[in-house]
Design a protein around this ligand. Structure first.
Ligand SMILES: [Zn+2]
Length: 224
């Protein structure tokens, strides 16, 4: 009997707590927003891949959407937004400066907590392979997230980690100009025909996207 009373009291307290907390949560904007930025788009195709037809802008969009979908699948309370979610861009054409500025403004306007720009790498050396990222030197959050991504990608069989570069060594507008954790992630080398084939496989897109998404979700759960 004593146990039952205690249990009932606990339930009442829990119910009261929920009644008090629920409207507060719904009204406040403490929902975490992850802004995903598919590199290039519209007038700007980005790099042309080793097969002379695949464009970077199409692969960045495919990966960005898959990463976003995986984040939502892992935690539906996280809001995923995109700087573009089709080949249409909302900014001025043929003006790369305005283009990059716009991506940073969109993140700020939508109160993004995290910014992730997705790109594909390219090199004259067609044997170059692997992933890499750019972060601000003092952005501890993105550095930690990158470590988790690398661990997850290794588990997914992708071991070519080219590491982090900080924007004091290599400034990149969409990362340098952010105040929130911001990362530009180069998924792989599309100038390498073997890697290009791999990066286009549906299974691979899903596995890599999941590795990246899970890293953000893990970090957000531990820190927000
Ligand atoms: Zn690019």
């Amino acid at each position: 009997m004593k146990f039952l009373k205690k249990t009932a009291a606990a339930w009442i307290i829990a119910a009261l707590f929920l009644c008090v907390m629920m409207p507060v949560r719904a009204e406040s904007d403490d929902q975490v927003v992850v802004m995903i930025d598919p590199g290039h788009g519209g007038y700007d195709g980005g790099t042309v891949a080793a097969d002379s037809e695949t464009l970077e802008k199409d692969l960045t969009l495919m990966y960005a959407k898959k990463i976003g979908a995986q984040i939502e699948k892992l935690d539906s309370s996280i809001e995923v937004l995109y700087t573009r979610n089709s080949d249409k861009v909302s900014w001025a054409r043929d003006d790369e400066d305005a283009d990059l500025k716009r991506r940073v403004i969109i993140a700020k306007k939508r109160h993004a907590g995290y910014f992730l720009s997705i790109h594909m790498n390219s090199s004259e050396d067609t044997s170059m392979e692997g992933y890499a990222a750019f972060v601000r030197p003092k952005d501890k959050a993105s550095k930690k997230i990158y470590k988790i991504i690398a661990k997850n990608l290794k588990k997914a069989g992708y071991e070519a980690d080219n590491g982090l570069t900080t924007t004091d060594q290599y400034p990149l507008y969409v990362v340098s100009k952010q105040k929130i954790p911001a990362m530009l992630f180069e998924v792989g080398y599309i100038s390498n025909s073997t890697e290009l084939k791999q990066l286009k496989k549906k299974k691979v897109v899903k596995a890599y996207a999941k590795a990246i998404a899970a890293a953000y979700v893990q970090y957000i759960h531990q820190n927000n």
